[in-house]
Design a protein around this ligand. Structure first.
Ligand code: ADP
Ligand code: MG
Length: 280
């Protein structure tokens, strides 16, 4: 039996006050425990969709559901929704507002009314998890963009969310910490957190996601497993997606050598290299 959706959008349309229609009858669902990447060109509607998922934006028409219940927009319902669905914005400057790192990360947990020692325990754990213990006493505005991003992620983690939504998590983050973040998302996911992220990085999407949602001009162009999505040339051309390198090499190899037709395409560099070593 297929699991029910934890978050669902049903025929959601949204137009910004200046008249820009950002979402047109978008219907999609996220299942509990999934690892999903949302792809799409600038302006495709990824951020606008995310802002609907935790109630920051309200659909002009259509419905958002959380755990099969229609999202309501009174203060109490939104507070509850946002304690379960945490969103990390693309630009950390719009997220961080406390003078010091520790203060900023503890904000959400203090707001939940948790006792001081529990707040401290959660903040310390989040600092460790995101590898920013050395930043704990720093002034927030003096941090680099990538450091701010990780502080924002730590601030979301202290809430122990059921769903973590991260808008462009790896933009401006150096390669080592990009990999750390992906490992962190996997770790959280293995403990049951549903992870939804948006990215322009097809290599990241290919390597990491269980399922992809491709957006195009305010609509869902296609959803599916990464192999089916990236093998659909009509779709990738229309939506401006490049083929991930490992898949490109795999396809070329398959034309030239006798790779079994049911062989799984390599999802990362190590598996690709292992396959090449065997074949060449
Ligand atoms: N605050 C806003 N006011 C007016 N238009 C906006 C605003 N934010 C986004 N848009 C527009 O809505 C569309 C979707 O944007 P967005 O959801 O940010 O796309 P993406 O995250 O995929 O780049 C774009 O045309 C964008 O210009
Ligand atoms: Mg965006």
């Amino acid at each position: 039996m297929s699991r029910p959706y934890i978050i669902e959008a049903q025929n959601v349309s949204y137009t910004y006050p200046d008249g820009t229609t950002a979402l047109s009858t978008v219907s999609t669902g996220i299942k509990q425990g999934e690892k999903i990447a949302v792809l799409g060109e600038n302006g495709a509607g990824k951020t606008t969709l995310f802002l609907h998922f935790n109630g920051i934006l309200r659909p002009a028409s259509g419905t958002i559901l959380f755990n099969d219940k229609t999202v309501l927009y009174d203060r109490r319902s939104l507070r509850e929704l946002r304690s379960k669905i945490q969103i990390v914005f693309q630009d950390p400057d719009t997220q961080l507002f406390s003078a010091r790192v520790y203060q900023d990360i503890s904000f959400g947990a203090l707001n939940l009314g948790l006792p001081q020692d529990e707040v401290k325990r959660r903040v310390d754990a989040a600092l460790l998890t995101v590898d920013i213990e050395h930043l704990r006493d720093k002034v927030t505005h003096s941090l680099s963009h990538g450091e701010k991003k990780r502080v924002a992620i730590a601030g979301a983690l202290v809430m122990n969310p059921e769903v973590l939504i991260i808008d462009e998590p790896t933009a401006c983050v150096d390669p080592r910490h990009q990999q750390n973040l992906l490992d962190l998302f996997d770790k959280l996911n293995s403990k049951g957190t549903t992870i939804l992220l948006s990215t322009h990085d097809v290599e990241l999407a290919w390597q990491w996601a269980d399922r992809l949602i491709v957006m195009h001009k305010g609509t869902i162009a296609r959803e599916g497993d990464p192999y089916t999505i990236f093998s659909n040339e009509h779709l990738t051309q229309k939506t401006g997606l490049c083929k991930p390198l490992a898949l490109e090499v795999f396809d070329a190899l398959r034309q030239q050598t006798s790779i079994p037709s049911d062989a799984a395409p390599p999802r990362n560099k190590q598996t690709l290299l292992a396959m090449l070593n065997k074949k060449l």
